[in-house]
Design a protein around this ligand. Structure first.
Ligand code: SAH
Length: 556
């Protein structure tokens, strides 16, 4: 039993939400907090106190005996923003209770026990149906116990601290098959099956679902792994099929008859050919969505169903980390880092984000200049079926890892790009509003691009009166290129044209300089700088670079 102790109005409202969510598990204790807590302590194995951590600590302190007998204590702040596992994290299950409370209240779970458990993905948070001893196995993971892991195939899962293929008292099994489960086994159902469905006009949803269940039973497969229903376009609005999909919570995909007709199937039929123009609906549609037919066509009075299995695909997320400041990493980038089981990147970027990774994440680091190797190892890991994040500073597609990786990534993996704040935007924000009108981004590195090409592009930017943001402006070995580029621009622009130099934007050691084409000393820039040169209309206004948005409406 879980005891709920609240005294304030807000606390009682949160307590009521828990009571409603877990009607048979909770008991609400009213009255003065001390008495309420004493009674709950005696009667419950878990306590949720809607009180400050300090107040809760004082109340429970005299009651504490040992972690083997004390109940779990979780406290929740007045605003319901945090649920804190205060006492009995492991033995009494406060960590698990805390996570459950946080789930219901939309609060953040605060777990402070020594195992690095806080970063674990909950088994029920992967978005896959979970069956069996989910709570017990989650608890074992939180407690740092060795948990065995078996899977039919490699799925792109987040890092789990499990013994892959190895033994443990508790185990996680990832399968779409019906398997015997004991009290120590949690089964995760991957989205690995697709049901091809055909039907005559007026079929009932129940008939479709019953036939689907029959097909699953014949194949020894679980409904929890059905990822989608597929049919021919002409049947995609058939009420019984639509309702069956809705009841199962599955998307319904329709395909043109011509596409289905081209699929080779074991059981083509004349009736379907006459009715909808393809010899097979169920088997062909299943095979278009899936990779391998696992249950051939089954028929009822008005429906047909066949099942295909979808081979899992690896996932490559190409993730921009922004210029360096934690506040400029996007939440989606953080999600992708936590979703990955392998993270690939340059040493110094990985150091920035190590604390964001889940425990057990494999980190493949490499040094500067090893771009091709980084790209190919990221792609190779994704090809194994894993969830990989390839990270880069700024935006990973701007003079960075996305292009070498995607140049070799095949159609056999999913690729997800997460944009980041690129250095040019970071520098611009520090300088003012230099990019308010048309601009170009250029790299001055002639390591991979002949200088003649760079020169021609600078010339074009100069003639086109674009604002220019130079990346890689200058290094120890490339010390003349920036000067040469500025000279080209100076031939087309006034000497007072504003120039901004930003070193280490949004990083420790940040320097921001606004000067002019006449005065700028190329030596102030280095490999950690961006140089932005204004256009004919760029002005310096109270020390800030401003490029007007238009030509007419802003002119005085
Ligand atoms: N993918 C990165 C760019 C890589 S090229 C991005 O989108 O930002 C490397 C160049 O980017 C450096 O030579 C420098 O010119 C620029 N750069 C990257 N981060 C920077 C920062 N924080 N401050 C200033 N310049 C930066």
């Amino acid at each position: 039993m879980i005891g709920l102790i609240a005294i304030t109005v807000a606390g009682r409202a949160s307590a009521a939400r828990l009571a409603e969510a877990w009607p048979n598990e909770t008991r609400t204790y009213d009255g003065p907090p001390k008495q309420a807590l004493h009674r709950a302590w005696a009667e419950c194995d878990g306590l949720v106190c809607f009180l400050a951590a300090g107040a809760t600590t004082r109340l429970v302190a005299p009651l504490l005996d040992s972690k083997w007998v004390d109940p779990a204590v979780v406290c929740v702040d007045e605003a319901g923003r945090y649920a804190v596992a205060l006492v009995g994290g492991h033995a009494a299950g406060a960590n698990v209770l805390c996570a459950r409370v946080a789930d219901v209240l939309g609060a953040q779970a605060v777990i402070t026990t020594a195992t690095d458990a806080a970063g674990l993905p909950g088994l029920d948070t992967l978005g896959w149906p979970a069956e069996g001893a989910v709570a017990r196995v989650s608890r074992a993971l939180l407690d740092g116990e060795q948990v065995g892991f078996e899977a039919d195939a490699t799925w792109p899962l987040p890092a789990l601290p499990v013994a892959i293929g190895g033994a443990g008292l508790r185990r996680i099994v990832v399968t779409d098959r019906i398997v015997p489960i004991d009290e120590n086994t949690a089964v995760l159902r991957p989205p690995s099956l697709v049901a091809g469905v055909g039907a005559s006009k007026g079929v009932a949803a129940d008939e479709v679902l019953a036939l689907l269940d029959e097909a699953l039973a014949v194949g020894g497969l679980s409904r929890g792994s059905v990822a989608a229903l597929a049919t021919v376009d002409a049947k995609a609005a058939e009420a019984g099929i639509v309702a069956a999909a809705r009841q199962g919570g599955w998307p319904l995909r329709g395909y043109p008859a011509g596409q289905l007709a081209a699929v080779e199937v074991p059981n083509p039929g004349k009736a379907a050919l006459a009715a909808v123009g393809t010899p097979s609906v169920a088997e062909a549609a299943a095979l278009i969505c899936g990779d391998e037919l696992v249950v051939t066509k089954r028929k009822s009075a008005m429906a047909t169903v066949a099942l295909a299995r979808i081979r899992p695909r690896g996932r490559l997320a190409v993730v921009g980390l922004g210029p360096g400041d934690r506040g400029l990493i996007t939440p989606r980038a953080i999600d992708e880092l936590r979703r990955a089981s392998v993270v690939v990147g340059l040493d110094r970027y990985l150091d920035q984000i190590r604390d964001l990774l889940r425990p057990g994440t494999r980190v493949l680091r490499s040094g500067l200049g090893e771009e091709d190797q980084r790209a190919s190892s990221a792609v190779a890991e994704a090809r194994k079926g894993l969830a990989v994040a390839l990270v880069g500073s700024g935006d990973a597609g701007v003079y960075a890892m996305a292009s070498p990786a995607l140049a070799i990534a095949g159609a056999d993996i999913d690729v997800v790009g997460v944009p980041g704040v690129t250095a040019g935007l970071a520098a611009a924000a520090l300088l003012g509003a230099p990019l308010g009108h048309d601009h170009v981004i250029m790299s001055l590195s002639d390591l991979h691009t002949p200088w003649e090409v760079i020169e021609r592009r600078v010339q074009a930017a100069a003639e086109g009166d674009f604002v220019v943001a130079f990346y890689n402006p200058r290094s120890q070995d490339r010390d003349w290129q920036l000067g040469a580029a500025l000279e080209i621009l100076a031939r087309h622009r006034r000497p007072e044209t504003p120039v901004g130099v930003v070193h280490d934007a949004f990083r420790p050691g940040q320097r921001v300089l606004v000067t002019t084409l006449a005065d700028v000393d190329p030596a102030v820039a280095d490999m950690r700088s961006v140089v932005i040169v204004g256009s004919a209309s760029t002005q310096t206004i109270t020390g800030r670079m401003v490029t007007p948005r238009g030509y007419k409406w802003q002119r005085p």
